[in-house]
Design a protein around this ligand. Sequence first.
Ligand code: C2E
Ligand code: MG
Ligand code: MG
Length: 679
Amino acid sequence: MFKHPATSAPTLRDLDTVTRNMTAAYILATLVLCGALIFSYFTLKNILTEQSRLSAFGATANELSTTLSVSNLYLTDLKAAKALPPSESRLVPKISAQMHDVLSQIALLKKTISEQLISLQAYKYYDDFDSVFYKPPHNISNKIDQYTNRLKEISAESTDNIPGNDLLWLPVEATAARNGALGKSYASAMQKLQVIIAGRSNHLASTHKALTLFSLCIAVLELLLIFLPLRHRLKKVNSNLVSAHEDLFIQANYDKQSGLSNKAGAAKTVQSELAHQRYSCLLLISLDNTDNISKIVGPTALDFFFQEFVKKLRLIDTTENLIFRAGDNEFAILQSNLITETNVSAVHSIKNELSQQLYIENKIVYPKIRLGYTDGPITSDNLAVKLIDARLAAQQYRHTENHIPRYDSSMRSDIEDENLLVEKIRIGLTNKEFIPFYQLKVDAKSGLICGMEALCRWKQSDGSLLPPFKFIPIAEKSGLITEITWQMLDQIVADYNAWVSHGLNPGRVAFNADEIFLREVNFASRITKIVNNTTATNCPIDLEITENVALGREDEVIAKACSVARELGMGIALDDFGTGYASLSSIVGLDVDIIKVDQSFVRMMSKCNDSKNIVLTIIYLCKQLNKKCVVEGVETQEEYDFCRSLGCDEIQGYYFFKPAPFADVLESLALEQMKKKAG
Ligand code: C2E
Ligand code: MG
Ligand code: MG
């Protein structure tokens, strides 16, 4: 069954806003997180670089300290070698040479140390190094310089003068002593420096730790404040979208009013059952009078009407069939059985069943349906075409006949191009091709001509005559029916005047007026002019309206048009009575003079007692209400006798006259006049 769409289904704009906000928050949080991580990474990198430089510096410093001690040992050795007898003095140059190597090593280490210091100073240790290395009394660098210079001097002297002056060794000893002090001072400076650097390292490490913690917090916050709500929201949006999608699917495939599948839904079902090739016949049921039903029950109860109508449809349907809503006022039944001579009665019973009265909001309405069908295999691809075919067939349906039109290709070529037909009607109007034929009516008691009904025919340029069902529906749809009716009326008046001028008595002439015609803006002035054009003293024209139009007289415009017509002396006839939606009781309040019993009842009288009873009841009711009763469609003597016996006033039917052109009517009137004179 139909499910109503969820009212809270998110729109795409909602989704867009949510996505945009969440994405912005996500990007922001990710940027912060990335910033923290980058900062943390560089901090860690700094720490590692500083630590590696520091350990390199420490290693170089240790090596320098060791080398200084070694140089001290060489000095001691050199001193000892100088004290040896001259025969042993060959040791002196050897030790001096080793001394040289040590000195150059000291120079190299000093250079490395100063480079390392520069690179460490880049890390803002300048002040620390400055205080440790360059400020008195610990100007170690200078002291190293002094020391190495002195060593050089001593070793040069030692090499050149062997054995040298004992005194010469004093400064060396002093220097060596000082070197010991220098080593100590140097070591303590190094220790101090290491403490400072370790402090700095700790600071960097704690910054790194804090940043890591910060990143972790951001990640957790991101998870709690963004990801989880986003996931929740998206889940909700997603479930809303799923239900909106389901609703859309339902809306796209089902008809809200009736709960049946619509065309798209039916096509899907047909497609899913394609393998079985189930359906071979499409029967279209078109409701002709929903506008009027809406007027009776009110537009809000129309849904209820459709539901009741569909209930009936479902009752008559067999399970193999697929019923769907084919249009605003159309339902279709796809069935596997073809409509044949043998089962056509089943379809008739569908029609009868569906035309039965329905009680809607305490009002009785009669659905007026029209049927048409098409056969051949039905697939999802040809379903739309098959519908059009069945619709074309249904357009040929005549309430007055018991025949259900089956589509054949000639229908398509006749009516296919609606626009072309409208254009042709326009041309026909210009060429005055719409002419009245007249069907004479007889007085039921005397059997004498008492009047006639003008029925429109389209006399085309090739001389062929088109019956009304071929063009009236399109003329009504396009509004051109109004001009056709005026053209008809002009001709009716001209013909009437001509018969009278021949000394004949045509009686009253009725014409068919539809709702659009009565709504014509200039209706009052134009109809007055036409009536004034007749040569008769009293207006000889009657106006036929259908039940649907008659009930619409609650509508001011229609009511006004009818009262103008009455004031001019026109009678108002209710045409095709019994086929519309008006109930018997509803004619009580209708301001009409004549009731025309629909020919379908007359047609069924011989077969069905109910029809007889309907005719009988309507005639009886007309008598009671003092309205003239005309029975249409009398074709046989029995029908005539029956109607006459019931006391109907006038008879119209093929039994007496078929619709005929002006000249034939002239002849019939003249003959009648002659008979009258003779008899
Ligand atoms: P209607 O006004 O009910 O006209 C009666 C129809 O029944 C006519 O069909 C007539 O030829 C047919 N008929 C009369 N007696 C018999 C009978 O004994 N047996 C059978 N089988 N049929 C009979 P027609 O001329 O084809 O007109 C059909 C309908 O077209 C009319 O029904 C009317 O509703 C509409 N129509 C005709 N002319 C006009 C017009 O000028 N304006 C409008 N708006 N509608 C028109
Ligand atoms: Mg009529
Ligand atoms: Mg009629």
